[in-house]
Design a binder for this molecule. Structure first.
Ligand SMILES: [Zn+2]
Ligand SMILES: [Zn+2]
Length: 248
């Protein structure tokens, strides 16, 4: 699902934060309560805020249950912020999904992760070279696109969670421009948005400049997700100067 027309003007994207965690995510601060997150979004000029909690393999489809709890929490809040209650969902191997399709479809924003390799249940490629990981991630993304279950990719291509290299950036450097362009074009046809994930960009600036450039060439639709785990990270604008320095 596209939330807006494509734009490569990062200032326009500050009205959207499409990746934030409430305290339903174990890694988020306790202060991440929906009502306070919405207040923070209002202060920051955000018009669309997506709540995207992690799913957990031993709590299958729980994100759909949490959605109802979050809806209840915010039902009496008057705000102009459009709140999307989604989740950061997992495709942990090629064609493998952590939750049922019905669960995914109940969500307002299905942000798909294809690279949480630090999780014990995540399947690694047999070929553990940088190219092996590239092919594996592309194959996962390809199946996610085919499945029709995703509105966006969370920190796509990111290799930070692959721990077998001295520098994880050897993996992102090993994707070819054509591979990145082809998968972006394919996703575009299914209205899948590409995330500019703030911590991922800051952790691998060289790759993300290339990613943003290829996205512009192929007509990709981008959103910024700050991946906020604390209230002070909800505001998108604060990151724009550094994002501009890296991406343009
Ligand atoms: Zn993630
Ligand atoms: Zn996240």
């Amino acid at each position: 699902m596209f939330l807006h027309e494509k734009t490569y003007n990062l200032d326009e994207l500050t009205a959207y934060n499409t990746h934030t965690h409430t305290n339903f995510s174990h890694c988020a601060k306790r202060e991440m309560v929906a009502a306070d997150m919405i207040k923070e979004a209002e202060k920051s000029g955000i018009k669309v805020l997506a709540l995207t909690d992690h799913n957990y393999p031993d709590e299958k489809n729980q994100v759909a249950v949490q959605r109802l709890a979050l809806l209840k929490q915010i039902e009496n809040i008057e705000t102009d912020v459009k709140v999307l209650i989604g989740a950061e969902l997992s495709s942990y191997d090629i064609g493998k999904f952590a939750d049922d399709e019905e669960c995914d479809n109940s969500l307002d924003w299905r942000l798909y992760t294809t690279n949480h390799f630090h999780q014990g249940y995540w399947v690694h490629p047999e070929d553990k070279s940088p190219r092996g990981y590239c092919r594996h991630m592309l194959a996962i993304m390809d199946k996610v696109i085919d499945s029709g279950r995703a509105d966006a990719f969370a920190h796509p291509f990111m290799a930070k969670y692959i721990s077998c290299f001295d520098d994880f950036r050897v993996v992102t450097a090993a994707f070819t421009d054509n591979e990145i362009g082809d998968i972006m074009e394919k996703a575009n046809q299914k209205e899948i948005t590409w995330e500019i994930n703030v911590p991922a960009v800051f952790g691998d600036p060289v790759f993300h400049k290339r990613y943003f450039g290829i996205g512009r060439e192929t007509g990709a639709v981008f959103n910024i997700g700050t991946d906020a785990h604390k209230l002070c990270d909800i505001d998108v604008k604060q990151f724009i100067p550094e994002l501009k320095r890296i991406l343009y």
